[in-house]
Design a protein. Structure first.
Length: 401
């Protein structure tokens, strides 16, 4: 494909994302009211090239790597948490599709415009000649309204009503699914994480790929040899997927600090006769603590990106997949990134004052959204602690995450 802006750098894309911060911040209320990414924001994302950051150059992308992707997600989430979430959980899956067979990649990437949510909750599928027939639904389809494609987990059976004997990911275009508006939650209200429904949909074999499951946590994907860049030859799938919400959490916490600084600069402690909060040690200390927590979280997330990239290069040279324990240990770091960010937002929420908790206030939204991320199935760190501990003792892990 002909690639526009072929020489664009990661720093240039990140600067574009940072330049959108005020615009996204001004659209937060509208994004929540619509319950989805506004069309104007989606167009600006497309025009800026954000969705192409992890997309292979062969298919019109920039293939700039995980660190660039995470930095963009942080900046966009700093402006609007829901808008950052939609970017992260649609753009990141361009890398996922590079695991597909070559012909599947050619057809799915198409003209290079690719935005794709992924839900691993398995719908029922039956083997058919040359592929699979799927009849079912997936909740939590973040960004499904503005997507070009969707990836859904499927539990595959030989015959209707038969027991499943395999799990796969199936990719299909926007025209193949309908949307049920069942997204009404405490936080992340603007992500459009609605139910995606298909009815008797045929998906050809090469538009699917074997997916991880408890019995098969590491998969030898057929697309590993299609691209030369090591991030597609050896980039482990689980840490990348979980780094997506972790980056959003860092952006939310940074945005909360932005709002807190504005509040401390303009509000007095009790009333007109009291000092500005910026002059009081207690608030200075709270701001410093929140800053330390978020700086630590961001540094840890960038280390995840560096480790993930180094592992991908190592795998490309040796031809051996990253092991299950190594992937879960990066997952644990991402989980702790979210916890550090949540702690920082909690400090801000607790000390910002009751006025900042009013519905629609920026700090109130950050508090709701960061805690919504903590409910995600991949963020349940107690399970991961247990599983990694078991593996380090030579035992089989009790669960997948």
């Amino acid at each position: 494909m002909t690639l526009t802006e072929a020489d664009i750098t990661a720093d240039e894309l990140v600067a574009r994302a940072a330049a959108m911060r005020d615009t996204l911040r001004a659209r937060q209320a509208d994004c929540e009211a619509q319950g989805r990414l506004p069309d104007a924001t989606n167009r600006e994302y497309v025009d800026a090239g954000f969705f192409r950051v992890l997309q292979p150059r062969r298919f019109g992308g920039f293939e700039l790597g995980l660190e660039a992707f995470l930095r963009i997600a942080i900046e966009l989430s700093r402006g609007c948490p829901s808008s950052g979430w939609v970017f992260a959980l649609t753009a990141g899956h361009a890398h996922t599709v590079t695991m597909w067979p070559e012909q599947g990649q050619i057809e799915l990437f198409g003209d290079g415009d690719f935005r794709c949510p992924l839900s691993n909750l398995p719908a029922a599928a039956v083997r058919a000649d040359g592929g699979y027939r799927i009849d079912g639904w997936w909740d939590y389809g973040s960004g499904c309204d503005t997507a070009t494609h969707f990836i859904g987990g499927i539990a595959v059976a030989v015959a209707p009503d038969g027991p499943p004997d395999d799990t796969r990911w199936a990719a299909f275009p926007r025209a193949a699914y309908s949307i049920v508006d069942n997204w009404d939650t405490l936080g992340m209200r603007g992500t459009g994480s609605r139910r995606v429904v298909v009815e008797d949909l045929f998906v050809p074999e090469h538009h699917t790929v074997a997916s991880p499951n408890p019995e098969r946590p590491v998969v030898a994907f057929p697309g590993r040899g299609v691209h030369e860049n090591p991030i597609y030859r050896g980039g482990a799938i689980m840490p990348l997927l979980v780094s997506e919400p972790a980056a959003v959490a860092v952006g939310i916490a940074q945005g909360a600090i932005d709002h807190y600084v504005e509040l401390l600069q303009t509000r007095r402690q009790y009333g007109p006769a009291s000092p500005l909060r910026r002059e009081l040690t207690m608030f200075q200390r709270d701001l410093g603590q929140a800053t330390a927590l978020v700086d630590t979280a961001e540094a840890a997330l960038m280390q995840v990106a560096a480790t993930w990239t180094a592992q991908a290069h190592d795998v490309a040279q040796r031809g051996v997949e990253v092991g299950d324990e190594a992937q879960r240990r990066l997952l644990m770091i991402c989980q702790q990134v979210v916890e550090l960010c949540a702690e920082a937002v909690d400090v801000i929420f607790r000390t910002a004052g009751t006025t900042a908790t009013r519905k629609g206030e920026a700090v109130e939204r950050c508090f709701r959204d960061i805690n919504m991320i903590r409910t995600h199935v991949t963020m349940q760190f107690d399970r991961t602690f247990e599983n990694v501990g078991q593996m380090r003792l030579g035992l089989a892990p009790a669960g997948f995450f």
